[in-house]
Design a protein around this ligand. Structure first.
Ligand SMILES: *Cc1c(COP(=O)(O)O)cnc(C)c1O
Length: 478
């Protein structure tokens, strides 16, 4: 299996998995994708059904990853997945599971990992893959990132105790929820440096860019990233679509629909890949909040990225995006893998006029039938009403992001020709966003035992002015 950039029309041989694992963006600015998607037939799905039942989630993950990774021996890949997906980290041996929300909608639990958000599902594997490959190359890596919440903590918990990795994570001082701050700042590990920047999230991102722009510094300190465009993260996410499909179905041609709370298009892109591999997915229901860049594209064919001033702060904050960093991967497939067109859209049109329009193309006309996407969006009022209605119906409390997916599943799932069950993906536990839950239910969310009292633990955090030179000094000091 070789990997190619979405902007590379040269027809070159591509790169093996381990070369793109540590690379991030392709040199031409595109995103890496496999040259083709391995196909799974009914017999494979039947064997995976037995494998999941008898050997568990990590065994299934190793099989799926093995279809895309041929430069790590399969026994090592199995070891990587065994270390990533333990019952201890994910609260139960089965790792992912389903609950019934009633009337054809199921909840796919993906948020029982160390940081109570679905990002653990991919990040735990990424941490193990990085450590494995760095060991093999006898190298080290310094992860420099910026976070407003879930990504940073998932990255820190995944890199914990890994000798070849050190994490510097920037956060906007005083702007994350007390729970999210406590999750990160209570980590006491020499490999994790939490930094509170005197500024907002955009300032943190700008600092990361400024430091990375100094190529000498970047090379000397071996700077890398764990952002959502990393192919290994997407690949790890494909596994849970398969596992949830296996949990939800009895026969190997039963079709289901997935409803996915979307921001950077990472999660649902993994669903798209699972569908391209032949997993019997009927519809991919894409749910956005008020930041509806993606819902607008699937409704109109126009992709229009927003400026900072047009990006709303919402009560599902992990979906507050102005552009969707993984969307280029889907457009590549939508346009029949025409890299020259993708390059024109993403390297020329978007930077110049901040939008492109595919509404008059055959590709867009055939999109629903060929790729199964349907999109909808939610407002704060929808979110609150959905959390309350689902709680009244089933007694289950869902977080605001998950509520965006469940709300769209209830609204569109009834009116369109959409196969059931609909599996709505749970992307965080409600305890992370308790203020919104209290607003919806008039009561506090019960807190899982393992998070009891984390706000009272000593805080490990360095205060930093909004200044790239100061950040470089801190990294250089180790
Ligand atoms: C990251 C995140 C999302 C959005 O996922 P994408 O892969 O960016 O589409 C949704 N909900 C929560 C809780 C998240 O942390």
């Amino acid at each position: 299996m070789r990997y190619v950039s979405t902007r590379d029309s040269s027809g070159g041989p591509g790169l093996p998995f381990c070369d793109i694992l540590l690379a991030g963006l392709a040199p031409d600015g595109g995103l890496y994708l496999p040259q083709s998607y391995p196909q799974v037939d009914a017999a494979t799905l039947a064997s995976w059904r037995t494998l999941l039942r008898e050997a568990g989630y990590a065994a299934l993950a190793a099989e799926v990853l093995g279809l895309y990774i041929d430069d790590i021996p399969s026994a090592d890949l199995r070891g990587i997945c065994d270390r990533a997906y333990t019952a201890e980290k994910f609260g139960a041996a089965e790792v992912v599971s389903l609950s019934d929300l009633g009337e054809g909608v199921l909840l796919g639990h993906l948020s029982n990992g160390p940081t109570a958000a679905f990002k653990d599902m991919a990040m735990q594997v990424l941490g193990e893959l990085f450590e494995y490959e760095l060991e093999r190359r006898d190298e080290t890596l310094t992860i420099l990132g910026a976070t407003s919440g879930d990504t940073g903590s998932a990255a820190e918990y995944a890199m914990l105790g890994k000798d070849r990795l050190k994490v510097f994570m920037l956060t906007p001082a005083g702007r994350m929820s007390p729970f999210q701050q406590a999750q990160m700042f209570s980590l006491d590990d020499p490999g994790v440096v939490n930094i509170a920047v005197d500024g907002v999230f955009d300032d943190c991102q700008d600092l990361v860019k400024a430091v990375n722009a100094d190529l000498t510094f970047k090379a000397r300190h071996r700077l890398g990233a764990v952002n959502s465009i990393n192919w290994a993260r997407l690949l790890a996410q494909v596994v849970y679509y398969i596992a949830l499909w296996l949990h939800a179905t009895a026969d190997d041609d039963d079709r289901v629909t997935f409803a996915v709370p979307s921001g950077n298009f990472g999660n649902i892109c993994a669903g798209h890949i699972a569908r391209e591999m032949g997993l019997p997915i009927d519809t991919l229901l894409l749910a956005t909040n008020e930041n509806n860049v993606l819902a607008e594209f699937f409704a109109t064919g126009v992709y229009r990225v927003r400026g900072r001033s047009e990006t709303h702060e919402t009560s599902s904050p992990s979906m507050d995006i102005s552009k969707a960093s993984n969307f280029e991967r889907f457009v590549f497939d939508l346009l029949g893998r025409d890299a020259a067109s993708v390059r024109d859209l993403f390297a020329h049109q978007l930077p110049m006029v901040a939008e492109f329009d595919l509404s008059r193309t055959d590709a867009f006309a055939g999109l629903r039938a060929r790729f199964g996407f349907v999109a909808g969006s939610s407002t704060h009022a929808d979110r609150i009403a959905t959390i309350a209605a689902e709680h009244a119906r089933s007694g289950i409390v869902i977080d605001p992001h998950t509520a965006d997916a469940v709300g769209v599943a209830r609204r569109l799932g009834a009116s369109e020709a959409i196969a059931r069950p609909i599996i709505a993906l749970e992307t965080a536990l409600p305890v992370k966003f308790s203020a919104t839950i209290t607003e919806a239910l008039g009561a506090d969310v019960p807190r899982p035992e393992r998070f009891a009292g984390i706000e009272d633990l000593p805080r490990q955090v360095v205060d930093l002015p909004n200044d790239a030179a100061a950040l470089k000094d801190l990294i250089a000091a180790g």
